[in-house]
Write a protein that binds this ligand. Structure first.
Ligand code: GRF
Length: 179
């Protein structure tokens, strides 16, 4: 079963839902976000694990990992999840955590990847799906797809369209491999 970690809009969560993937839980570090509405609309159990409710990040991550494990989750997908995960979480799902990132990593890691690519004046950026480790947008690449920068006005939409196509594909393949 899949667990999805979110922080905001949740359009990648929606793509996973629409692909009919077996999502058993959605965890958000922020309350009131659109991703939680999407989970509710799909009838998927969801919970908020806000940092402010915990003494430290490690304890939050242990609680979140416990909740996911209780729900039978063995593959974790970060879909717009904007916090770094501690080793306390990572060690619970070894080689079973993936992230989608809007650049061709290792180019443009971090939260402003699309703006950074625009500013750097590269001709091509793209999308990466990769395994997660302690680094910021580090970890072994599973799949990448290039996206041309021009026309700039539609770049964000074109990147999201690629994310919404390749993330469910990769997750489906990983589900088959986990079994
Ligand atoms: C996506 O662009 C993803 O690559 C990045 O954050 C964005 C999240 O969008 N990590 P959403 O919440 O899935 O709509």
């Amino acid at each position: 079963m899949i667990g999805v970690l979110v922080s905001g809009e949740g359009s990648n969560l929606q793509a996973l839902i629409d692909a009919g993937l077996p999502i058993a839980g959605v965890a958000s570090n922020r309350p009131g976000v659109r991703a939680l509405e999407r989970a509710a609309a799909a009838g998927i159990p969801a919970r908020v694990f806000a940092l402010e409710d915990y003494r430290d990040r490690e304890r939050r991550d242990v609680d979140m990992a416990d909740w996911l494990t209780l729900r039978g989750i063995d593959l974790v997908v970060l879909a717009g999840y904007m916090h770094l995960l501690t080793p306390e979480f990572l060690d619970r799902f070894p080689d079973r955590i993936v992230n989608v990132h809007p650049s061709l990593l290792p180019e443009f890691p971090g939260a402003q990847a699309i703006d950074d690519a625009l500013e750097a004046n590269v001709a091509t950026t793209g999308v990466t799906v990769h395994f997660v480790d302690e680094g910021i947008d580090a970890g072994a690449v599973i799949r990448q797809e290039p996206v041309p920068i021009e026309p700039r006005e539609t770049l964000v939409d074109r990147i999201h369209a690629v994310e919404h196509r390749i993330l469910p594909e990769v997750v489906r393949e990983l589900c088959a491999a986990v079994r």
